[in-house]
Write a protein that binds this ligand. Sequence first.
Ligand code: HEC
Length: 124
Amino acid sequence: MLTSLEIKGAVAAVTTSALLLSGTFTAAGTYRAHRRAGSDARPPTASELVTGRGRSLFFRSCAHCHGQDADGGEDAPSLRKLQISGSHMTLVIRSGIKGEMPSFAKTYTEQDTAAIVAYLKTLN
Ligand code: HEC
């Protein structure tokens, strides 16, 4: 038979080791999560931020016509490997094309438009 003191001692020992064990797992998990985030922890460059923003604007406003990958939709041409200049792209986006493509001059600021153009240039 165990005395009540021995039982208390045993319970305390079990509790302590369980706590230690879960502490170890938590620490390992945190370490691993940290490592994962840290594996490409390089902060994005300014131009990556701009093209990333351009890409999300593209998905929002252009992809339903020009395709998710800008490789052309049913009614709109591919925007990959465009032969036109950045300022021509800007003009098309801001003015639209009568009867074909809406104008985005009211939707997007010049900065937004520049971000979209920067994204389109990454597709070349
Ligand atoms: C309603 C569908 C539609 C939407 C939305 C649309 N486009 Fe277009 N876009 C067209 C069509 C159609 C053409 C081709 C017109 C032509 O060739 O006469 C075109 C042409 C273009 C061109 C010129 C391509 C070239 O080879 O000269 C660019 C650049 C362009 N779109 C970019 C965009 C961007 C960026 C967006 C989003 C901000 C967008 N378009 C949204 C339909 C669309």
